[in-house]
Design a protein. Sequence first.
Length: 128
Amino acid sequence: MCHIYSSTDPILYESRSRSVRIDRVVTSIKLENLFWDILSQMAHEESITTNQLISRLHDEVFASGHEVANFASFLRVTCLRYFELRCRSIRDAGRVLERSASVPEVQRVGTDVLAAMPVAGRILGWDD
């Protein structure tokens, strides 16, 4: 298990700051590159920019009445929840396919999932 972490590409955990406009105010957010990659993937799925996604997340969390003391932490948790939900969906789909499909079909679906989720594939080592 430790090999998963010790062999991680250092670029993924390097931090990077980006300027983002939230409520007509430009602010800086510092996150690890992996989280920026996941946010970018989430934005791509919504057909918006990463900055638009971050602004939307900000608006939604405050509209719901929740107070966020650390917005960067909120973004990290959002990324992890997104990844968790996607992995759960993949796992559930795989179980259905295992019951109803032949092995080559399951492998094809796995390849399709990797293509659709490049960040997840890279984290899980599916692209090795």
